[in-house]
Design a protein around this ligand. Sequence first.
Ligand SMILES: [Cu+2]
Length: 198
Amino acid sequence: MRKSLAVLASVLALQACSKEAAQSDSTAATTPAAATPAAPAARADSTPPAATATAPMKNAAGRDIGTLTLTDTPQGIMVMGNLTGLTAGEHGIHIHMVGQCQPPFTSAGVHWNPTNRQHGSLNPQGPHLGDMPNITVAADGSATVHLTTASGGTLHGANLVMDVDGASVVVHAMADDLRTDPSGNSGDRVACGVVTAG
Ligand SMILES: [Cu+2]
């Protein structure tokens, strides 16, 4: 118990640090790590704000596999929801440029990348604003999605994702290595959902 709490605390501290670093807050480095177990309750995403877009996800056979909700946050666009019918393991998931999802989903275009960076949070030339960490799919094919895109993009504000040709959320067949341009060697596109306002 004690150990798991410590691990949890350090994970939360890491998340906090990476968020602080993204905002180039120099005080983050001197904040005592894991010293504030009450911090998680104060996290901005503990009370989700109103949804501002959804992405109804379908697989290549046209089957509904769940709907994701997209919300602007100070850290980026938060993507949440539950998916089913995927293969177990890690899968890349990104926001792509075009709001069209005809199988095999090449219609969704490349990654949403209004700042002309390379792909991946681990890439020194990255990331794309549409990049997100991987999702982990359980043995029963389900996944709980709770991710935030790279900092700097919004649904409706600066670097907006909802431009004239829209946007889509795409799930890939394999894990994203978060480093290799242009899509982290994450393979085929296995599910897609057009980002729809409201
Ligand atoms: Cu992708």
